[in-house]
Design a protein around this ligand. Structure first.
Ligand SMILES: [Zn+2]
Ligand SMILES: [Zn+2]
Length: 244
C-alpha cells in the first residue's frame, strides 16, 4: 500500500495566513476589485493578505488552496505518497483536470524535500497557474494526457525553463514525452489515477537521471478501481485484481 503523507490543514500550513506568502490576512469594510494570485481572474472581495494576495472563489472551489496547503505542510520525499494524500481530499474527483496540477505539485514538493533547490511556495503557485490551463480530456482530444504534461511543467519549473532556454527546454520536453510514452503504452480508456501514477513514476526516474535529485518512491497499488466504471482491471500496472 501507498504510505499516506501526514495531513495538516491549509491554514495550519500557512500559519493561519496567506497561502501565497504566509503573511497575515486583512479584511476590508467594502468590496474591492482583486486579482487572483493563481489564475489572475479579477473579482470583488473583502479579503486579501497584507501584501495584496487574493485567491478567487473558483480556485478555492477547485482545490487550489487545499493543494497549496497540503504540499506546504508535507515533509515527504515520496511524490506518490503526496499524490495519494491529495487524491483523498474532498475536492478531488475520480477523474478530472485537478490531476493536471496534482502530479506536478506532488513532484515539486518531493523534489524540494529531496534536495532540489527551489522555493516551494513560488513553484507550487506557478504549478497551479500552468497546470490549471490544461483542459479535461486533453488525453483523448489532444493526444497529450494532462498528467503527463504536468511532469514537463514540473521539470520546466524546477529548471527555470523558458521557450528560449537550451538544456532545460530540452529536458522539459523530454520529460513530457517520456511520461506520455508510458501512459500511451498502457492504452485507454483514460484513468486519471493510473495516468498520474505512471507520470509520477517516470518523473522520479527522470529527476534521478537528469536533475541529480533522488526522490523516494514507495509501492503504488490502486485502491479506487471500484469507483472507476472504465477500470481496465488486470491491464493496469497498479491493479489489485491479480493480487487478491
Ligand atoms: Zn500573501
Ligand atoms: Zn483564481
Amino acid at each position: 500500500m501507498i504510505r499516506l503523507d501526514p495531513l495538516r490543514t491549509p491554514s495550519e500550513a500557512a500559519g493561519g495566513g496567506c497561502l501565497i506568502c504566509g503573511d497575515r490576512l486583512e479584511y476590508l469594510l467594502r468590496d474591492e476589485w482583486m486579482e487572483c494570485a493563481i489564475c489572475h481572474k479579477k473579482e470583488k472581495s473583502k479579503t486579501r493578505c497584507v501584501n495584496g494576495h487574493y485567491v478567487c472563489d473558483a480556485c478555492h472551489a477547485g482545490g487550489a488552496d487545499a493543494i497549496l496547503g497540503y504540499c506546504l505542510a508535507s515533509r515527504s520525499k515520496d511524490p506518490a505518497a503526496i499524490l495519494e494524500g491529495m487524491m483523498s481530499l474532498p475536492f478531488c474527483h475520480m477523474h478530472g483536470p485537478e490531476h493536471h496540477v496534482l502530479v506536478g505539485a506532488s513532484l515539486l514538493t518531493a523534489y524540494a524535500h529531496a534536495g532540489g533547490g527551489i522555493d516551494l511556495r513560488d513553484a507550487l503557485k506557478e504549478m497551479l497557474s500552468r497546470g490549471g490551463q490544461i483542459p479535461g480530456g486533453a488525453c483523448g482530444f489532444w493526444g497529450a494526457c494532462g498528467a503527463g504534461i504536468s511532469t514537463g511543467i514540473f521539470v520546466s519549473i524546477a529548471t527555470g525553463a523558458t521557450p528560449l532556454s537550451a538544456g532545460s527546454w530540452g529536458l522539459s520536453n523530454r520529460m513530457t514525452a517520456r511520461a506520455l510514452a508510458a501512459i500511451g503504452a498502457v492504452g485507454g480508456p483514460r484513468c486519471c489515477k493510473r495516468d498520474s501514477y505512471l507520470a509520477v513514476r517516470e518523473a522520479v526516474a527522470f529527476a534521478g537521471e537528469h536533475l541529480g535529485v533522488r526522490m523516494e518512491l514507495g509501492e503504488i497499488a490502486c485502491s479506487r478501481s471500484g469507483q472507476n466504471g472504465q477500470c481496465i482491471g488486470r491491464r493496469c500496472p497498479f491493479s489489485g485484481a491479480d493480487r487478491t
